[in-house]
Ligand binder design. Structure first.
Ligand code: AMP
Length: 194
């Protein structure tokens, strides 16, 4: 069992329609706080990311934000974080978010969420870090993405041993349990001779 002290949450910065996304974000924040697990996130007060942070803080949890100077100046930073790091660039931000965390979870979101989630996954794939990545599949939001991953595996673009790099669940508690027990495959030989 992996000791998960902090989880990085990637999630949409928009206020998407549908209370189910907000409810799932709040459930995730509350769950992490009550399990004594710190939340690392992009430091914004907007969208689902703000919901996760607010819920975790309301439940007495530790919330660490990592935001760029730029976004902070746009007054999008969350003022209530336990700690808010302000960094120079998006690259520095993503590195720090990953380094502070033992596991990473994507909630529903858009381009930013996808980009962060897949970067974290490829870093695990390359053993740059050894951190499990999870997808909270709220109401089937990620079904189409999971179908694409299955397709890419069938077509040979994602190795079978990497199929387990991403774990998806509809329920926050199940997802957290799966990530705590996740095995990270090590690749000794990347390109095999035919
Ligand atoms: P998106 O899914 O396109 O809404 O992008 C959300 C992700 O990108 C989050 O996980 C954040 O790390 C980052 N991000 C995008 N917009 C903001 C913002 N206004 N404030 C803070 N982080 C943001």
């Amino acid at each position: 069992m992996r000791h998960v002290r902090r989880v990085c949450i990637y999630s949409g910065s928009s206020n998407a329609d549908g209370p189910r996304y907000r409810a799932a974000a709040r459930t995730m924040g509350t769950l992490l706080a009550s399990a004594g697990i710190g939340v690392v996130f992009g430091g914004g007060r907007v969208g689902l990311m703000g919901e996760v942070a607010d819920a975790a803080l309301a439940a007495g949890g530790v919330v660490i934000g990592v935001i760029t100077q730029n976004l902070q100046e746009l007054e999008l930073g969350h003022a209530g974080c336990t700690e808010l790091f302000v960094v120079e660039s998006m690259h520095a931000r993503k590195l720090m978010m990953a380094q502070l965390s033992d596991a990473l979870i994507a909630l529903p979101g858009g381009f930013g969420t996808m980009e962060e989630m897949f970067e974290a996954t490829t870093w695990t794939q390359l053993n740059i870090h050894e951190k499990p990545v999870g997808i909270l599949n709220v109401d089937g939001f990620y079904d189409a993405l999971l179908a694409w991953i299955a397709h890419a595996r069938r077509e040979g673009f994602i190795k079978d041993i990497h199929g387990k790099l991403l774990t998806a669940h509809a329920e926050p508690v199940e997802l957290l349990r799966a990530l705590s027990g996740a095995d990270i495959p090590r690749i000794e030989t990347w390109i095999q001779d035919p």
